[in-house]
Design a protein around this ligand. Structure first.
Ligand code: C5P
Length: 222
């Protein structure tokens, strides 16, 4: 039978990345950061001079993406065509391009099998927007992680401050709301909880509290 899967979907800034990594570490499971694949596709498009609305070319690019993920200490490093692009794919510019290419059916189709290939024993923690709805509809546990837009903006602001980046809280809030609207309103694989997902509002929860709750729920499911 297939390896177990825990899916974590939700809007940006709800803590999915951190929570997924910690849960995967705790369980000794594999980790899929599906957003990184959309970011890498957007970056590959830029490198190869492919326009962000050329669906046919972008679909092929996604399917043929030359990517290697290296697990290293606390983080995962991403190599695109042999180059370490771990930092570059985290920029706001690449994130924005990622959310554009993510609206294209051919791109989502091109990345589908690659995402499913991450499912290996003993299990997988899959982080994204459509992990429970499209990529792993038979997951063992589906979580939809949320937090108020204000709280997500506050967390992002803190993160940026810690990284020494100046940022404006109210413009971060506007960006977050715009990205949410785009991800929820798109016709292909829109951001929404799977019917059998548990929605967990993390606004008032600490990271260890969320990790604890998820591992408990997973244990209950056997
Ligand atoms: O999660 P992250 O910010 O890295 O994702 C970047 C963008 O990729 C998101 O804004 C979203 O539009 C898209 N995405 C997606 N489906 C996923 C993961 C990410 O559409 N499973």
């Amino acid at each position: 039978s297939e390896a177990k899967v825990l899916t974590l979907d939700g809007p940006g800034g709800a803590g999915k990345g951190t929570i997924s990594r910690l849960v995967a570490e705790r369980l000794g499971w594999h980790l899929l950061d599906s957003g990184a694949l959309y970011r890498l596709t957007a970056l590959a498009a830029k490198r190869h001079g492919v326009a962000l609305d050329d669906e046919t070319a972008l679909g092929r690019l996604a399917a043929e993406l030359d990517v290697v993920f290296l697990a290293e200490d606390e983080s995962t490093r991403a190599l695109l065509e042999g180059d370490d692009v771990s930092r570059e794919i985290r920029t706001e510019r690449v994130g924005d391009a990622a959310s554009q290419v993510a609206g294209l059916k051919a791109v989502r189709q091109g990345l589908l099998q690659r995402q499913r290939d991450f499912r290996k024993p003993p299990g997988l923690v899959a982080d994204g927007r459509d992990m429970g709805t499209v990529v792993f509809p038979d997951a063992d546990l589906k979580i939809f992680l949320t937090a108020t837009p204000e709280e997500r903006a506050r967390r992002r602001h803190l993160q940026l401050q810690e990284a020494g980046v100046d940022a404006n809280l109210s413009s971060l809030l506007k960006e977050i709301q715009a990205r949410d609207a785009r991800d929820m309103q798109r016709s292909v694989a829109p951001l929404k909880p799977a019917e059998d997902a548990i929605t967990l509002d993390t606004t008032r929860l600490s990271i260890p509290e969320v990790v604890e709750r998820l591992t408990e729920w997973l244990a209950q499911r056997g």
